[in-house]
Design a protein around this ligand. Structure first.
Ligand SMILES: [Zn+2]
Length: 414
């Protein structure tokens, strides 16, 4: 039985976290306007948020100046802050693929990672990126295979996700119990049907929705614990990017490490969430067993900047989310759309984020128009990505209680 938590990874965990925090303090590849936007989106002194980033842990070694030893080259690919969700009712009424349902930092960072893949393929195929320029060569993540599909350029590299707090849902139930004052949201017992984020702590190993106050309009979006658990079967790739990647290199696109703050890790919750809760069911699901790549959760003792990037009872959660990619993307989001835009009526094109469903789909369609021929809606396209769909559906069924999320379908354009 694989163990998920690996305390011996502390050194790597600290190196990844310190690189992420360094980039958070001084992001690369932004012009003055982008830099200003990035800095203004940081939580204020009386607010908190969560920070997450996808990084590449390279196979090549670089010299760590401080310790005078050789260490892995770590590169931050995508980064996000945020901890809000849009209520499901709102999404169904006005989104049409243009709102971000889930603005939890780790989910946004994974979306930005897929955006980066689409963007890089576009640049390579349009010839915007000349492979003989040394700078471009260093910064590209992907390489083209003979069959026209892509792989990670660094064959032996690994992808890792840093999060400044334990993901919401099953992995953090023990933390919530410890922090629970006795009245708020506490309910003993099993709970049945849909488990809302913070209710029924007595029930562990279950799929939950995003946390939210009991009196808040419900979001059916699943917790980050559950979404990350699912990625162990499907990789980080989305319907938009899956078919661009060479099948024999699919394994590169799974998360190998998840880096979490040491003092908050509760081993029981981590082992259960990422393996224990489905271990006994795997025997009946041969396909899932083959697809599974269990993550290694490793700790870090690095503190996130200003103590503002983790749950904090004395501060208010920031309404803003921020997304960033080293390829020059920075956007501030509020209520599922770009900050400053209205989210009250049908969402306008200009209000949408670069990483909303519609924007990403359109980018994918420009790259491979043939994949969309004859299709009418986005959901038709998604069901057409068969391998990914099958694994996702099987994994959801095995985890159980994975209720339908909100409907955010839209008609495909030309
Ligand atoms: Zn979350």
């Amino acid at each position: 039985m694989p163990t998920v938590y690996d305390k011996s990874g502390l050194g790597l965990g600290d190196r990844v976290a310190s690189e992420v925090i360094k980039w958070y303090e001084k992001p690369h590849g932004l012009d003055d306007k982008g830099l200003k936007l990035f800095r203004n989106a940081r939580p204020k002194a009386d607010e908190y948020s969560i920070l997450a980033a996808i990084v590449e842990v390279g196979s090549g070694q670089v010299l760590d100046g401080r310790k005078r030893q050789k260490v892995e080259k770590i590169r931050v690919l995508s980064m996000a802050t945020g901890l809000k969700v849009v209520p499901s009712k709102k999404l169904a009424d006005i989104s049409k693929g243009r709102m971000l349902h889930d603005m939890h930092a780790e989910v946004l960072a994974m979306r930005v990672f897929n955006w980066m893949i689409l963007k890089e393929v576009e640049e390579m195929e349009n010839g915007d990126r000349t492979m003989d320029k040394r700078e471009d060569l260093d910064s590209s993540l992907l390489a083209r295979c003979e069959n026209g599909k892509y792989r990670l350029k660094d064959e032996a590299g690994a992808l890792a996700l840093y999060i400044s707090d334990i993901p919401c849902g099953d992995a953090s139930i023990e933390n919530i119990r410890e922090g629970c004052s006795g009245q708020a949201d506490w309910e003993e017992g099993e709970g049945d049907g849909l488990l809302r984020g913070r209710g029924y702590f007595g029930s562990v190993g279950k799929v939950r929705t995003k946390p939210g106050r009991k009196d808040s309009p419900i979001s059916y979006s699943k917790s980050c614990s559950d979404k990350l658990c699912l990625k162990q079967f499907t990789s980080l790739l989305s319907s938009d990017t899956y078919d661009l990647i060479d099948e024999s290199h699919m394994g590169q696109f799974y998360l190998r490490y998840v880096i979490l703050p040491h003092e908050k890790i509760r081993e029981e919750g981590i082992e259960r969430c990422f393996y224990g809760r489905f271990a006994k069911d795997l025997k009946q699901h041969e396909r899932l067993g083959k697809a599974l790549r269990v993550v290694k959760v490793i700790p870090t003792d690095m503190e996130s900047p200003g103590y503002t990037l983790s749950t904090n009872a004395e501060k208010a959660p920031s309404a803003l989310a921020m997304i960033y990619c080293c390829r020059g993307l920075v956007q501030v989001l509020n209520k599922g759309v770009r900050n400053g835009c209205s989210a009250k009526k049908l969402i306008k094109r200009d209000s949408r984020s670069e990483i909303c469903r519609e924007s990403m789909q359109q980018l994918a369609q420009r790259l491979r128009p043939e994949r969309f021929q004859g299709l009418k809606t986005y959901s038709e396209f998604k069901s057409g990505v068969h391998d990914l769909r099958m694994i996702r559906n099987d994994a959801k069924e095995m985890l159980g209680n994975w209720t339908q999320s909100s409907d955010d379908d839209f008609v495909l354009g030309e």
